[in-house]
Design a protein around this ligand. Structure first.
Ligand code: NAG
Ligand code: NAG
Ligand code: NAG
Ligand code: NAG
Ligand code: NAG
Length: 712
């Protein structure tokens, strides 16, 4: 056990506190003390005084014994003011000057915090003097007074360490003679001390002049020291997100953070060893992209051990591709396949334990496959914050669904905190102590080996693994932080994900529009809207639209479907319309892709059309949209024809010379050809009247194009 004291000069204020261990709560207390020291400069000077170093914790009475010993030297010092407080669940909300002023205003030599119930002996309640306003009963969590009076207060202590300190002080207070001698009063109206227990509803945050205070609405006071233990811990954590912060820039004490852990200047081999746990619990879009981002993390792979647990057979393909290409680069890779997993909690326990059991492992980074991290330096960023547990805040695109909860309901489920929306939307930026995080977080290995050394972190009653984890963490007094200091990325929506196709991501244009666009739309596409567009023939526009991936997946999807039609009338009826000149093709509606294709035309083609053909507005309607296959021995070319469209989009899906020879499109009226089609580029031209055209002969290989007859 360690007893610490800080001293503040000028008013000779000394803060004495007891700490049995270094918890996150204790560190928060320390930071709040330091923070106000910096702010109120003329009072600032604190030093650390170690009193009972190394002692074991026996009970509350020990605090009185230690205090008694510490006060000996101040017994005659009339000016010395002492604040005695607990340090785990306490935060300073204001500086020493206000504290001293309020003590003087109390016109007593000793002021104790007040409670709403008498503890530990309720039967003593009737003996308490009545009060007109405020809390009536003595609490020993915190008190302040002049040293000689405090000395008198504890002088008679001869109790055991296990005895109740509160009962000791209560008896003095209830004895009129002793009360007078020690000149004790209680802080009934919470002018100095705010205990949250029994007063949860009374305390709100007050934002003023760039500062945040806790305000007691019942008594209209601004307490200096806030105490919230037991069932009020979560409220304390919530207030603690704001209260030790002093947002005045002139003082320079903007956010009272823990020290940062810098990794700058580290050589690759000296980076902390990180175990990354990757979890696939259900069918999830953009899994290949997820693994690309994992392999692109800016962190030496030789300092990463990968643990991949997939419960989803649908993603075997993507996982195995990643493992084949990258396994060798990592320090260690362990893959748990779907058939080896019986439940979600087990694999998460096992992943976390890899770090726990390896003394060299400094961090465990858990990430679920639906997390899209945009910043490759994320691991470093999180490590540098030096928190026990830290999660980067992410949410679904333009949605309030995120990976943290701001509050818990009484039953332990989601509740919306007052600041939830502002944190998700980043109107308030910082690092937030919250009751629940999920999907992605970093945990210190040292914490796994001490406070969180229970193997079964992901089980607790009937709770889901993620809730069980947070529940167990909270029980150990470890804080769960979420940071929204940066835009770290976003969460995919898992709704409406079909797994019946070969490339299911193609169907995600509605559900995960942003990721769909990044995967499939050519990065220079929007260029086309602003820059001079290529026009290889009159009124024929040529612009990049698809990525190589989009082209490849669309072709593979069609080949996987496989029902290429020869263009008979019957086939065409099935396909939803008649082509002037039939081709070997598969229509979008045959693979259930017409809604998605329409949205693609509306979002990415219509703006180009309206720019190049001013005055024409399109709703991008189509009866016919299909992928054509040209092959020398099947259908090598297409006779001259008009299209059944106002305008036509013709997207090349593979590469000339690499995949085929010949091919292209010739507009007869202008005797003009586009004979070197570019993969992923679209040709846009009017369908009828002027743009009579033919498909040029493919002489070798196979050529694919995606054709849409828009506004028939
Ligand atoms: C404390 O002492 C002051 C005078 O020094 C007196 O006015 C006040 O009533 C005393 N308070 C108590 C609770 O004894
Ligand atoms: C990081 O946090 C630990 C535990 O809170 C602390 O002991 C250490 O000093 C911190 N590191 C830095 C560089 O501040
Ligand atoms: C990624 O994070 C680093 C470190 O915080 C930052 O400097 C950088 O600008 C970020 N990059 C992007 C693309 O957001
Ligand atoms: C996009 O356009 C720029 C400038 O014309 C070019 O350098 C770049 O290669 C293009 N990107 C792709 C992916 O084609
Ligand atoms: C069409 O153009 C080609 C060369 O691009 C030329 O050889 C040919 O004579 C032209 N035909 C007509 C009818 O103008």
């Amino acid at each position: 056990m360690v007893v610490l004291s800080f001293s503040i000069w000028t008013e000779k204020l000394l803060v004495l506190t007891v700490a049995t261990e270094e918890t996150d709560g204790f560190r928060r207390f320390q930071r709040s003390a330091q923070c106000f020291n910096y702010k109120v400069k003329y009072l600032c000077m604190m030093f650390l005084q170690v009193l009972g170093l190394g002692e074991e914790w026996h009970g509350e009475g020990q605090k009185v014994r230690l205090l008694k010993a510490a006060l000996e030297q101040y017994a005659d010092d009339e000016d010395q003011i002492i604040l005695f407080t607990e340090s785990y669940d306490d935060i300073f909300a204001s500086g020493p000057a206000e504290l001293v002023k309020k003590l003087k205003q109390a016109k007593s030599k000793v002021v104790f915090s007040a409670e709403a119930v008498a503890y530990p002996e309720r039967r003593l309640e009737p003996k308490y003097p009545s009060v007109i306003e405020g809390k009536r009963f003595l609490g020993s969590a915190a008190f302040i007074g002049y040293a000689p009076y405090l000395h008198k207060l504890v002088a008679d202590w001869d109790g055991a360490d296990e005895d109740s300190d509160q009962l000791y002080y209560t008896k003095i207070y209830l004895d009129p003679v002793k009360r007078k001698k020690t000149n004790i009063t209680l802080d009934h109206r919470c002018r100095i001390f705010q205990s949250l227990y029994g007063s949860e509803g009374d305390v709100v945050m007050k934002f003023e002049n760039g500062r945040v205070r806790a305000r007691n609405l019942a008594y209209d006071t601004l307490p200096v020291l806030v105490h919230g233990n037991g069932p009020t811990k979560l409220l304390m954590n919530y207030l603690g997100n704001y209260i030790p912060r002093v947002w005045t820039f002139e003082t320079g004490c903007v956010v009272c953070d823990e020290g940062l852990r810098s990794l700058s200047g580290f050589k690759d081999e000296s980076f902390p060893l990180v175990v990354i746990g990757v979890f696939i619990d259900q069918p999830t879009p953009f899994t290949s992209e997820f693994f690309k981002r994992i392999s692109n993390l800016e962190y030496p792979k030789k300092r990463i051990q990968l643990y991949i647990a997939s419960r989803e057979p649908n993603h075997q393909r993507q996982v195995e591709k990643f493992l084949k290409e990258h396994s060798a680069e990592y320090n260690l890779v362990k893959y748990i396949a779907p058939e080896e997993i019986s439940n979600a909690a087990d694999v998460r326990n096992a992943g976390m334990d890899i770090c726990r059991q390896n003394p060299e492992c400094e961090y465990y980074f858990s990430i679920d496959v639906q997390v899209v991290l945009k910043n490759a330096s994320i691991l470093r960023t999180l490590i540098e914050q030096n928190k026990s547990i830290l999660s980067p805040m992410i949410s679904r695109v333009q949605d309030l669904w995120s990976n943290f909860w701001g509050a818990l309901s009484k039953e332990g489920f989601y509740a919306r905190s007052e600041d939830y929306v502002e944190i998700v939307q980043r109107q308030r930026i910082g690092i937030w102590n919250v009751p629940y995080i999920t999907d992605v977080y970093l945990v210190k290995g040292s914490v796994l080996r001490t406070k969180l050394n229970q193997y079964d972190m992901f089980r607790s009653g009937h709770l889901d693994p993620d809730m069980a984890f947070c529940d167990n963490v909270r029980k150990q007094g470890v804080f769960l932080f979420v940071s929204n200091r940066q835009l770290f990325g976003h969460l995919l929506s898992l709704e409406n994900y079909q797994t019946s196709h070969l490339h299911n991501d193609l169907w995600q244009i509605f559900e995960n529009t942003q990721d769909w666009k990044e995967k499939y739309i050519h990065p220079n596409h929007s260029f086309a809207l602003i820059k001079n567009m290529e026009a290889p023939c009159p009124d024929v526009y040529w612009f990049p639209i698809f990525t190589d991936t989009a082209c490849d997946e669309l072709v593979e999807e069609m080949e996987y479907f496989g029902q290429w039609s020869s263009g008979s009338k019957q086939d065409q009826r099935l396909q939803g319309g008649y082509e002037n000149v039939p081709t070997i093709d598969i229509h979008m509606n045959q693979i259930n892709y017409e809604k998605e294709w329409h949205k693609f035309l509306l979002d990415f083609i219509a703006p180009v059309t309206e720019k190049m053909f001013p005055g024409y507005y399109t709703r991008a309607l189509f009866d016919l949209a299909f992928v054509v296959r040209y092959k020398p021995d099947e259908q090598p070319l297409l006779e001259p024809h008009h299209d059944a469209s106002t305008f036509t989009i013709n997207i090349a899906l593979n590469s000339v010379s690499q995949d085929y020879e010949g091919g292209g499109c010739r507009f007869l009226r202008y005797n003009c050809s586009v004979s070197a089609p570019r993969k992923g580029w679209a040709l846009m031209h009017p369908g009828r009247l002027t743009h009579y055209h033919e498909g040029l002969r493919v002489t070798k290989g196979v050529r694919y194009i995606a054709v849409s007859f828009v506004d028939p």
